[in-house]
Write a protein that binds this ligand. Structure first.
Ligand code: AMP
Ligand code: MG
Length: 435
């Protein structure tokens, strides 16, 4: 993790900062980012969406007792007769939450409900519906209805005491909260929330509430970035719009690096960009400027910006990771999903798995140039036969934010892919669960 940017780059095959394949950029970033060191204990519900800092070891057996998987009768499997019905006297009942706590002598059975503790010495449950009516206080089991051990859940069968129930790095979901609670564990240790500062750069940007002067646009990136950060569950720190002045930019980068583990900016990183963003980034940190083989979203800056040596906090925390995203509103979102999302999950201590892609047939031909990854905005839908289809949202300009809003997924056309014919299958990254 302490490798210099040059060392990381040297290990990557096909590293060319002027035409960087998406996969190579992703590998670079994965090698660059540190994981937050600090952890905190939280009550189970507060841990939703957080990352487990250590393996969660089960303090109990699950199930905690030998118990019945069906309503019926508990018995000794060794007493089942192979070629004629078995008749047993029923000496009592065991209910879920209320055990039968006397000894069960040979030749006897106990009525039992699902989940109830199977009395000591018994090892088989015959379901009620397999039994045959018999004299009062007796049960008759036809030959072959059950075998020894059937419908009997052994203590610790799902999870033994002392075994890891959840591994460190687990991003906790609703099922995990239930699992933790099922172990009787009231609090868990999770990594602290990642702090991510962000700001927009550009003299043409106006914030909400300001009049829109000639040639200006409202700053939308701080809203999409904020939204995407919220969905990731990180702490988002909004540093506003920063004018294209070296002193204001430097102050913003310093404030961001002091406050956060990661800094996301938008704008000012294009090739040939006249403004000062790139110079200030390069002056304050160890930063690379990439042209990525993708569309939209070619230019991007990546690097580290440190706190000045000796500044408060500089010894406890590694330098902040800088993601200098392009300014175009669609490019910001696409580069965020392509690079920043996984990086922030990694920094949070999680091991991001590749997102599942949906295969869908294209309704129309799509133009695609080999040698770059394209993310086209699409609308996926299922026809009456259950087949998935995708159509383009139309104009794919990287400034057309409406295309992103109308889409319900991105058609991901891989690096080597050429034009797509109507009816060809393509891969779609659905926004559901992502956005
Ligand atoms: P840049 O990457 O700075 O050259 O910006 C590319 C385009 O995106 C320009 O048309 C900008 O006006 C626009 N843009 C940059 N930042 C934002 C923003 N925060 N909100 C909306 N549009 C932006
Ligand atoms: Mg600009």
């Amino acid at each position: 993790m302490n490798d210099s940017l040059a060392q990381i780059a040297a290990r990557l095959q096909g590293y060319d900062p002027r035409a960087l394949p998406v996969a190579t950029a992703q590998a670079f970033i994965a090698a660059l980012v540190p994981v937050v060191a600090q952890a905190e204990a939280l009550p189970v519900r507060d841990a939703l969406g957080r990352v487990l800092a250590a393996d969660l070891i089960s303090p109990i057996d699950v199930p905690a007792h030998h118990n019945a998987a069906m309503d019926g009768y508990a018995l000794r499997g060794s007493e089942l007769l192979a070629d004629q019905p078995t008749r047993l006297q029923v000496i009592g009942g065991a209910l879920a939450g209320r055990a039968f706590d006397a000894a069960v002598p040979p030749g006897r059975a106990v009525r039992i409900t699902t989940g109830a503790v199977v009395p000591e010495g018994l090892d088989t449950v015959v379901p009620q519906e397999f039994t045959v009516p018999d004299a009062d206080g007796w049960v008759q089991i036809p030959a072959g209805a059950v075998r020894r051990g059937d419908h009997y859940r052994r203590a610790g069968e799902d999870l033994a005491r002392g075994a890891p129930a959840l591994r460190a790095g687990r991003l906790l979901r609703p099922a995990d909260l239930g699992l933790i609670a099922s172990l009787g564990v009231p609090a868990v240790t999770v990594r602290r929330r990642l702090r991510v500062a962000f700001f927009s750069t550009g003299d043409e940007l106006r914030s909400l509430g300001e009049p829109l002067d000639a040639g200006c646009v409202y700053d939308s990136n701080r809203y999409t970035v904020w939204g995407m950060l919220q969905r990731l569950g990180v702490e988002a720190i909004d540093l506003g719009v920063v004018r294209d002045r070296p002193d204001e930019l430097a102050a913003a980068f310093r404030a961001a690096a002091a406050a956060a583990d990661a800094v996301i900016t938008s704008g000012g990183v294009s090739v040939g960009e006249a403004d000062h963003t790139k110079q200030v980034m390069a002056a304050l940190g160890d930063v690379l400027f990439w042209t990525i083989a993708m569309r939209p979203g070619r230019p991007m800056a990546i690097g580290r910006i440190g706190l000045p040596a000796g500044a408060a906090g500089s010894s406890e925390r590694p330098p902040a990771i800088l993601f200098g995203l392009p300014g175009n509103p669609v490019a910001v979102m696409v580069t965020f999903y392509a690079f920043v999302r996984d990086a922030l999950l990694r920094m949070s201590g999680a091991a991001p798995a590749p997102l599942p892609l949906l295969r869908a047939a294209s309704r129309e031909p799509l133009r695609k140039r080999p040698g770059r990854t394209e993310y086209q905005r699409g609308i996926v839908e299922r026809d009456g036969e259950g087949r998935w289809w995708v159509r383009s949202t139309g104009a794919q300009g990287s400034g057309v934010l409406r295309s992103m809003s109308e889409a319900n997924g991105m058609i991901v056309l891989p690096h080597a892919q050429g034009d797509v014919a109507a009816g060809d299958e393509v891969e779609v990254l659905p926004f559901e669960g992502l956005i």
